[in-house]
Design a protein around this ligand. Sequence first.
Ligand code: ADP
Ligand code: MG
Length: 252
Amino acid sequence: MTALLELKDITIQFGGLMAVDHVSLRVEKGWISALIGPNGAGKSTIFNMITGLYKPSAGKVYFQGRDITGLKPYRITALGIARTFQNIRLFKNLSVLDNTRIGRHCRGRTGMLGAITRLPGVKKEEKEIEERACEALRAVDLLDKREELAKNLPYGEQRRLEIARALAADPVLLLLDEPAAGMNPQEKQTLMEVVQNIRDMGITIMLVEHDMSFVMNISDHVDVLNYGQKIASGTPQEVQHNPDVIEAYLGK
Ligand code: ADP
Ligand code: MG
């Protein structure tokens, strides 16, 4: 069976540094899959290669069996991969709804030129975008706050708003880079429910996260990186008891 996402020997070098060194991994449809490892292990760099921000120096990225290595980010989004970033990237002075709409525009059919030249279709598309954005906000439990300015949301809700924006692009696969970072226990609990809810909507999730109890509670599968190399892969129980993983974390 083809995996939903498959990385084959992907590698990237920055100067003399092998940031990601021949990593292969699979994410199956329906999984919540975690990518863990100490700081600087190469986790965000892998997300950047999957989403087309960085081009691997070797290796391949396959999505739904199709080679997407080196495609432009907007094309990868259009194929069904959306993401959030490690740091919040919201438009603080726009409303919650407008921030979410922006995610949908990435997949708009008419685009900018269509907006200018095909006026009759645009209103309909705007309505569709708004409906889609509202569904995304409902999924992260922020629909009630759609008129608020992003900057007025508490931190945990700002991070969920980022997830809503990614969801508005209607992804098949959603990549979350440290979604629980900086959250208090209550915010983490809500986030966990939101992530499970998104998976139940049929969206596959790959996440990078440092909070081990979050990862171990939520994931179907875990891949572990250290210094750019994959050192373990398996169920949460399997990787937790893997001596190489224990050493990578304790040896920091
Ligand atoms: P992680 O997300 O696992 O903490 P990163 O993927 O951000 O780690 O980084 C992996 C390594 O690659 C680090 O040593 C980092 O400094 C380096 N790195 C990442 N992006 C770049 C870049 N654009 N230029 C140079 N070095 C980079
Ligand atoms: Mg990172």
